[in-house]
Design a protein around this ligand. Sequence first.
Ligand code: PLP
Length: 338
Amino acid sequence: MDSQSVEAGDYKAHVFSSSAELLEKLHEKWSSVKKKPFPAMYSSVYGGIILDPAMMVLPIDDHMVHRGHGVFDTACLLDGHLYELDVHLDRFLRSAAQAKVSSPFPKSILRSILVQMTAASRCKKGTIRYWLSAGPGDFLLSPTGCPTSAFYAVVIDDDFSQRKEGVKVITSTIPIKPPQFATVKNVNYLPNVLAQMEAEEKGAAASIWVDEEGYVAEGPNVNVAFINHNKDLILPFFDKILSGCTAKRLLQLAPKLVEQGRLKSVKTSNLTVEEAKGSAEMMFVGSTLPILPIIAWDGQPVGDGKVGELTMALSDLLWDDMVAGPETQRFHVPYYEE
Ligand SMILES: Cc1ncc(COP(=O)(O)O)c(C=O)c1O
């Protein structure tokens, strides 16, 4: 029965009589899905890797679920290689320390679980996401009633490719998170979600946060970078925003374009909105993109309003690093069938 057309008094919530009945219902949902979007999950609550999407669930008394007391991170999976896994894991553990979430495992075991989960998924292209949570226990604020923290992870099958089309952005009217929270990759993304929705409502791809001093900050799940008319590549300082792994890698790779004489310099700096809007080129920087050219901001063209040549040169540098970079950046997942 369509629940929208039923009077509240007539609506009867079903009571599942057994877990077998519930499981059947959960499997019903997935039976028509040909390709599983999430081919594997790990849960420290289960103590293992799950391949059945119907069972990829979290306990409702987990403090990450009802209090947002958790942190997360990601890594790209390309051609069976995890890109910059260690850099992401280091940020993950830094976030966990700032959020006062202890890990149930040391870094080496977290890493091993992520690799084993990816191998078990058989997925060769997509992303992995993982969370450290205060854990299940009760519905209070304090985590003292949570006996052990929890580690969850999932593989997401995704077919992304290098972004070559330019997008439009707007300045966000949703307030930016204070530095103490913006620098931690925690699960409280409500401002980010609202900023993204605001952009979509206004026909833009994403929004840009400007901090209280009027300096450009970041996008809702991406960093921003600019090339001025002097051909300097400028990224905002990372002290009040998330320290992006892709942005940090860009800062390591971009000097190649300076050597070639295509860029003058590569630096991090404060950038006012006025300076930023007067740039020659502008781009988003983040995992999976890795660079997304921006051609208009608040209805005004950026530079000549076309995808910038240097933006695409930077995009090529990062994309090449993702698909064929050194072993230090790309970890080959030992899939079982190999
Ligand atoms: C708020 C925010 N800023 C920036 C980034 C870009 O970081 P990364 O390059 O590590 O994906 C992300 C995505 O993780 C983010 O959520």
